[in-house]
Design a protein around this ligand. Sequence first.
Ligand code: MEV
Length: 320
Amino acid sequence: MNEFSAVSEATAPGKIILFGEHAVVYGRPAIAAPISQLRAIATVTYSSSNNCYLIAPDLNRHDRLQDLPDDNALAMAARLVLQAAQIDAPPDVTIHVKSQIPIASGMGSGAAIAAAIIRALAQHLNRLDLQNNDMVSALTYEVEKIHHGTPSGIDNTVVAYEQPIYFVRQSPKNQIEPFNVAVPLRFVVADTGVRSSTKVAVGDVRRQYNQQPAQFARIFDECGRIAQAARQAIEAGDTMQAGKLLTENHAWLQKMTVSSPELDHLVDAALQAGALGAKLSGAGRGGNMIALVEEGEMETAVCYALQKAGATATITTILA
Ligand code: MEV
């Protein structure tokens, strides 16, 4: 074990999509931000068991890497690092994974867990070249393909870079632009408590797009226009405009059929309580919504209204 670290730990944040989810899969711009207070944590410890173990208590998993199938996301994250490091036999380690990010809730828990495993294992192997943001993002993207076939690349990018980004999926290289936030924006993130599969939501949008290409292309265009306008508003410090654009984006997501009664109910409750804007965030059909608020009375009123309307958890995150 001499050339390897005895204990390596790495973390990655959750994320919220501020503007442009789903349309981003079809090449329209989107904006995402990390949620640094909710993290996935991976620890790699040298073990004398002559095996590589993957332990994830939150997921009730305790397995040998070699016993896990190809489509197991945690195993894939570890195998991709070993492959990139050109290591054939898995090292004798225990990879322990924990996460504070709710699963299947639109907060990028899968991407964050993969990114944490990739960084921790690369660190254990003393492979600096596999720990930079580009590499972590690229390997996480490969894992994301298990969660749904055609990820845009926004989730892996935001959790690997851990900064707000303006993102456009394009070939040969995605456009990834950190941007200036003139005035910090305060978001209340509220959980419907309903778990939902990104793969199913993305697949349903794909089917509808195939059936009605012109209508859906128009919806995607509108979401892209909103994301572009939102970036300008955020860079100019125009919080009111950013709020209006959030609510507008939610209406287009409803047309895409990715909202749900629970999400709509929370969005309405936030707006009625005075939020500057609100929308679902992520793949939809369940998971989380976000509401833009001002600190103080407005934030308190919105949090209270969301809890009363059935939110199972609320946190505040600041885009700065
Ligand atoms: C999921 O966080 C965001 C989606 O746009 C899917 C993707 O971009 O890959 C729904």
